[in-house]
Design a protein around this ligand. Structure first.
Ligand SMILES: *[C@@H]1O[C@H](CO)[C@@H](O)[C@H](O)[C@H]1NC(C)=O
Ligand SMILES: *[C@@H]1O[C@H](CO)[C@@H](O)[C@H](O)[C@H]1NC(C)=O
Length: 312
């Protein structure tokens, strides 16, 4: 009964006091946002919008979780890596291929978050840090590929021991949920291939859909993951090389404005960064984030101010 030895925090929720164990080393989310207190970005790889939207789970996912399907959302580039780099830095930063990027002259979302004490982690499924805790710059680790991990593309992160500790394997997420220690900004990259075998599995919509269902559904029932959280599910880029990089993106969470059934506003991967900035009142990075359109969300203002108040 490990949890009995930990301190408990209690929440007053409509006449009921609920207590949950708290790991005192790892505080619960603390910097309140305008629309959400946590953003979880999950990036799948290589699917055309038209193919992904036909999948029975993906096409109903938004409705299951008070969400919205964005019908006019575009990737930034081909091949993959530049899309990930753009999501966290507001620019493809000169990256054109999937070879190791080591950018040394750009700021990222990490600089913005840390400037306000907002916790972050990237969970990269098969990734493991080096034994001394520093960043592992390997191209492949199991079915992890470095070109889907933009945090490794910036030397301000990959050469910083204090930041390397926030690049963690996928398994750490369940541990963090159990300890009520999920950070306020989460960037999750699944393996390119869940079951071993050919790398092309990632471009198979139905295998991506089954992976997502198994990964996401249990987590959505846990407050430590989903409470006041905006979940963004997106694809890095389309699978074909000929069209306009139209990818499926879904926003899930109680702050999503469902006044229309779907949202056809033109967004792209820079909208993620812009929404982070908007939510926590952070400055821009002076790149394409400046002109990007943030997601249209309801605010959390109607909620009790001290919804994390401590009674124990
Ligand atoms: C998708 O991948 C799974 C697992 O490898 C395979 O069984 C299935 O036939 C594939 N589907 C398509 C449409 O390629
Ligand atoms: C939701 O969006 C609609 C249409 O843009 C807007 O009129 C409405 O005020 C929004 N609702 C909230 C609660 O923000």
């Amino acid at each position: 009964m490990k949890w009995l030895s930990l301190a408990s925090a209690c929440f007053l929720i409509s006449h009921l006091v609920q207590c949950v164990p708290v790991d005192s080393d790892k505080p619960a989310p603390s910097v309140q946002g305008k629309h959400f207190d946590r953003m979880v970005v999950i990036v799948l790889s290589d699917a055309n919008y038209a193919d992904a939207i036909k999948d029975p789970y993906l096409s109903t996912l938004a409705d299951r979780h008070q969400g919205l399907t964005l019908t006019n959302y575009k990737g930034l580039a081909l091949p993959s890596q530049a899309n990930y780099v753009g999501m966290i830095s507001g620019s493809t930063s000169g990256v054109v291929l999937d070879s190791d990027a080591n950018i040394n002259d750009r700021k990222t979302v990490v600089d913005l978050l840390e400037s306000k004490g907002i916790s972050w982690k990237t969970y990269q499924e098969d990734y493991t840090p080096l034994a001394d805790g520093s960043c592992n710059s390997a191209k492949n680790i199991g079915n992890y590929v470095r070109y889907h991990n933009p945090f490794m593309a910036f030397q301000s992160i990959s050469k910083s021991p204090s930041r390397c500790q926030y690049i963690v394997p996928g398994t750490q997420l369940d541990v963090d949920i159990k300890n009520n220690a999920v950070p306020q900004f989460v960037f999750y990259t699944p393996n390119v291939n869940e079951k071993g075998g050919e790398k092309t599995l990632i471009s198979n919509v139905s295998s991506a859909s089954s992976w997502l269902k198994e990964f996401l559904e249990p987590k959505m029932t846990q407050d430590a993951f989903s409470k006041d959280t905006l979940v963004v599910v997106t694809w890095d880029k389309q699978s074909s090389v000929t069209t306009n990089n139209h990818v499926l993106t879904m926003l899930l969470g109680s702050m999503v404005n469902r006044s229309s059934k779907s949202d056809g506003v033109p967004y792209n991967h820079y909208s993620i960064l812009k929404t982070v900035q908007d939510n926590w009142g952070l400055p821009s990075l002076g790149q394409k984030d400046v002109g990007a359109t943030p997601f249209i969300l309801k605010d959390l203002a109607g909620k009790p101010k001290n919804r994390k108040s401590f009674f124990g």
